[in-house]
Design a protein around this ligand. Structure first.
Ligand SMILES: NC(=O)c1ccc[n+]([C@@H]2O[C@H](COP(=O)([O-])OP(=O)(O)OC[C@H]3O[C@@H](n4cnc5c(N)ncnc54)[C@H](OP(=O)(O)O)[C@@H]3O)[C@@H](O)[C@H]2O)c1
Length: 382
């Protein structure tokens, strides 16, 4: 498989003995640490075989077989302290996560970024976060290469996609998807829609599940109207499409800046509001649901009809607005597959991307401008 060529080592793992060097002490908490080597040691490995004791070299064919069936090491973006992407994120070679009985190991082919990735990296959710170090990334699309003993619905070779952390903020995965491999519960994955590339599929899970769960929590139904605040973002682009194409909205309005209005219309918005020129809360129209992805509270409750619902994904929550945190669920994703396969709902990838696996810091910097159109994808990951 192609992944063989992207591995940094032409050798089987070096014989770093456990906890005898500063490297091992530093990486003690890494998964599957038959041994682990940090970036500088990896570089040493790459620089010259004389600098460490290598076991025998293996051919590339032999290496490919080892990688597919039971990889031990992989490349992953890691941060070991909270902070800015450029200060804390590093591409390292670490142990591949071990899978639990209900998990599969996914060879990642593409991943996407979400604001929760950078908010988490900045330490905003420290109180409920998993322990450092972290590999960031919730969204994945890839190929199953290994299955746990209790896995019944997936097998090696299946092409899957999903949000790998069931609860986005409560002890989310320590070892995320911005890596060559990631371990995921079977129940969080769905089979990748056949018509979508890995990059397209990876753009969807967390954002589309958020769009879907928010609409479900308002009991949104056919014939209702909705105002989407932030219609051009990762979640907003999907709320517009789901409201119109899946739930049967009678009217979809959305806010965006001047240059993105036509694009938002192309997603199915009947009315577009240029937020740089008009205050949505001063307009006369009222909606059954306001879906706020921007954090416009308390203004977001002004355009809702009496008895209507207001979803506030972020920012202040003023009644009747409510907040929820998305729950990942493969079955919910699978329910959307027919709409993706028919082309009624389409993934929206920011035109500046996809970003390569070596450009993750740049991708984060762009995400953090808050100006992305749709989703920022990291692909290919080989
Ligand atoms: N609670 C949950 O479970 C949950 C789940 C997912 C996301 N979220 C949160 O929801 C928020 C949105 O997520 P996302 O992935 O959609 O973010 P995103 O893709 O980064 O959003 C960027 C988009 O927001 C638009 N935007 C910025 N300010 C705006 C304004 N005042 N009015 C209208 N549009 C504006 C930008 O368009 P312009 O360039 O035109 O301004 C850009 O297209 C984030 O805070 C995220 O953390 C929460």
């Amino acid at each position: 498989m192609a992944m063989a060529t992207s591995w940094p080592l032409q050798f089987s793992p070096p014989s770093c003995s456990r906890a005898t060097t500063p490297y091992q002490l530093y990486h003690r908490s890494l998964p599957l640490a038959a041994f682990t080597c940090n970036q500088s040691l990896s570089h040493t490995l790459l620089r010259g075989r004389n600098e460490v004791n290598f076991p025998r070299a293996v051919s590339s064919v032999e290496q490919a077989a080892v990688e597919v069936s039971d990889p031990k090491l992989h490349k992953a973006w890691v941060y070991r302290a909270y902070g800015a992407a450029k200060d804390v994120l590093q591409l390292e070679e670490i142990g591949v996560p071990e899978i639990a009985a209900d998990q599969v190991l996914v060879k990642v082919r593409a991943a996407s970024l979400n604001p929760v990735d950078f908010k988490r990296r900045l330490g905003k959710f420290k109180a409920s976060d998993s322990q450092l170090p972290h590999v960031p990334g919730y969204d994945v699309a890839g190929v199953v290469v290994k299955v746990g003993s209790q896995v019944s619905g997936l097998k090696e070779g299946d092409e899957v996609y999903g949000d790998i952390s069931e609860f986005a903020l409560e002890n989310p995965k320590q070892w995320g998807s911005i890596a060559q491999y990631t371990a995921v519960e079977e129940k969080l994955l769905a089979v990748k829609p056949k018509n979508l590339s890995f990059a397209e599929a990876a753009s969807l899970p967390l954002a589309i599940l958020t769009a879907q769960e928010g609409l479900d929590r308002t009991s949104f139904m056919e014939g209702q109207s909705i105002l989407v605040l932030g219609g051009a973002g990762g979640v907003g682009t999907l709320v517009i499409q789901l409201a119109k194409q899946v739930y049967g909205a009678s009217l979809v309005a959305a806010t965006a800046s001047t240059g993105k209005l036509d694009f938002v219309k192309s997603l199915g918005a009947d009315i577009v509001i240029d937020y740089t020129k008009q205050n949505f809360e001063e307009l006369p129209e009222k909606y059954d649901v306001v879906y706020d992805t921007v954090g416009e509270g308390p203004k977001n409750v002004k355009p809702v009809k009496q008895g209507g619902s207001v979803v506030a994904l972020t920012g202040a929550v003023t009644p009747p607005a409510f907040r929820f945190v998305v729950t990942s669920n493969g079955a919910s994703l699978a329910k959307l597959n027919p709409f993706l396969e028919s082309g009624k709902v389409r993934p929206i990838l920011d035109p500046k991307g996809p970003f390569s696996f070596s450009q993750v810091v740049e991708a984060f910097s762009y995400l953090e401008t808050g100006r992305a159109l749709g989703k920022i994808v990291i692909a290919p990951i080989e």
